[in-house]
Design a protein around this ligand. Structure first.
Ligand code: G4P
Length: 279
């Protein structure tokens, strides 16, 4: 399967990110908890050199809790502040505040030593498309959503959301471009829904997902679809088509329809809380 991305968008996104990042102290990077490495772009480490760093393992409600904890430890060991998040439910937003304060402490202390008191910490949200940036900004900013507008020293047109006395958030997130060179990475991104479905072969994609589930989460497919997991992936797809009544004219099974069901149900968390890659 050959998965394509659009280089034009990438170049523009990168340029924007490079500009915005100059203005901020803290990068709040969202990754997809189901595929924390595949859903991040390591270029950010270079772009965000010398900034405080917080990684939000978003969509953690869809991911395997045991593996969430493994990833949390993994990133903490690398020196990031980490928080497991479900931006859609918006729970845990208070806890994020204290971790953000923690992440900013160094900068606040540095300012204090230089006699600068109460200068707000400026943060920006970054991540690949669909990882939940807007959802997070909306639910996080709900409590205090005063736009502070253009301030001296801030590039014209930038809008800052004042979250508290000490914290301002850039209202437009930085868009990172996924690393597609590795087909395995592209595959996980496609399965999770980070890539536009129109350019994908859905049956092929579902067969890859079935293979992953049989290997790492035995029993989940059998439980959801009442099928025999000792069959080949193609036969499993056919069995799902029959169970769900996916038929074409002439009593033929509609494999694409069954594939769509499996992919949609995976993305909605109906097959279970599943993580596609481990540290
Ligand atoms: P983006 O700005 O990074 O591009 O992502 P956005 O916030 O638009 O979120 C993309 C999709 O991911 C949305 O679903 C959103 O609801 C969902 N989402 C974001 N955070 C979480 C989370 O923590 N858990 C879960 N389960 N889903 C999350 P959508 O299908 O595009 O819209 P809708 O179904 O919410 O209407």
């Amino acid at each position: 399967m050959n998965i394509q991305w659009y280089p034009g968008h990438m170049t523009k996104a990168k340029r924007m990110m490079e500009e915005d990042i100059k203005l901020i102290d803290l990068v709040i990077e969202l990754v997809d908890a189901r595929l924390p490495l595949s859903s991040r772009n390591p270029d950010i480490d270079n772009l965000a050199k010398n900034k405080s760093r917080l990684i939000l393992l978003n969509k953690s409600d869809l991911a395997d809790e045991r593996v969430n904890n493994m990833w949390s430890d993994y990133f903490k060991e690398k020196g990031f502040f980490v928080f497991k998040l479900d931006a859609r439910s918006g729970s845990g937003m208070k806890a994020i505040n204290s971790i953000i304060q923690e992440a900013c402490k160094e900068k606040i202390e540095r300012d204090r030593k230089r006699g600068i008191l109460n200068r707000p910490v400026r943060a920006m949200v970054a991540g690949i498309p669909n990882v939940g940036k807007s959802t997070f900004i909306n639910s996080y900013a709900k409590k205090a959503c005063t736009k502070t507008g253009n301030k001296p020293g801030v590039t014209k047109g930038k809008q800052w959301i004042k979250l508290s006395k000490g914290l301002e958030l850039l209202d437009t997130p930085g868009i990172l471009w996924p690393k597609f060179e590795d087909q395995e990475v592209g595959l996980r991104l496609a399965i999770s829904g980070s890539i536009n479905d129109d350019i994908l072969n859905i049956s092929e994609l579902s067969l890859e997902l079935i293979k992953m589930l049989l290997k790492d989460y035995p029993g989940k497919l059998a439980e959801r679809y009442d099928i025999d997991e000792t069959m080949t992936p193609v036969n499993i797809l056919e069995a799902v088509a029959i169970k769900r009544g996916c038929l074409k004219k002439g009593e033929l099974v509609d494999l694409d329809k069954a594939a769509n069901i499996i992919i949609d149900e995976f993305r909605a968390g109906k097959i279970g809380r599943i993580t596609l890659e481990k540290p």
